[in-house]
Design a binder for this molecule. Structure first.
Ligand SMILES: [Zn+2]
Length: 165
């Protein structure tokens, strides 16, 4: 690891730690929430929902997709960490909804990357339909029958959540 590559954030962390006030925070989701959203840097998962540290478990990946790893994490969050409700929140203008799987492979290649066709990027050409099926995947998952699940689309231009399912 090259420390100079992270100098800016390490310096910021010094200031953060100097006024750190989250010591003793319980590891449980204080508001009983889990939020699955995209890795998109325009999204502030806590702020957009009026949440504070300690309130919710935040899960992120490209496209806010319900993958096996998301299911694994939700099972742990539900049974061990106080999560009773899960919001699944993809967003408008997501790269994962802007082109085909093939187009993303091509874009990586054109950016100087390797041939990524062995990876499934989980793109969608119908974001609402994909959200509905992802929500249904959680609702029908045998280990998560006690979890309440909702699907919403976050608008990166207005900050609003649109309830979908
Ligand atoms: Zn996205």
């Amino acid at each position: 690891m090259s420390a100079e590559a992270f100098g800016d954030v390490l310096e910021a962390n010094e200031a953060y730690a100097a006024s750190f006030d989250l010591a003793g925070l319980a590891p449980y989701a204080g508001r009983g929430l889990a939020v699955l959203t995209c890795m998109d840097s325009r999204i502030e998962p806590l702020a957009m929902l009026g949440l504070r540290p300690g309130d919710a478990k935040i899960l992120r990946n490209a496209g806010a997709r319900v993958t096996d790893d998301v299911l694994r994490t939700l099972v742990l969050a539900h049974y061990l960490l106080g999560v009773e409700r899960a919001l699944i929140v993809p967003h408008t203008r997501c790269r994962m909804a802007a082109g085909s799987e093939e187009a993303v492979h091509d874009a990586v290649s054109e950016a100087g990357g390797p041939d990524t066709r062995s990876l499934a990027f989980l793109t969608t050409d119908d974001a609402h339909a994909t959200l509905r099926s992802d929500v249904q995947r959680v609702r029908s998952y045998p280990y998560l029958q006690g979890l309440t699940v909702g699907g919403f689309v976050y608008d990166v231009d207005t900050g609003r959540l649109e309830p979908v399912c």
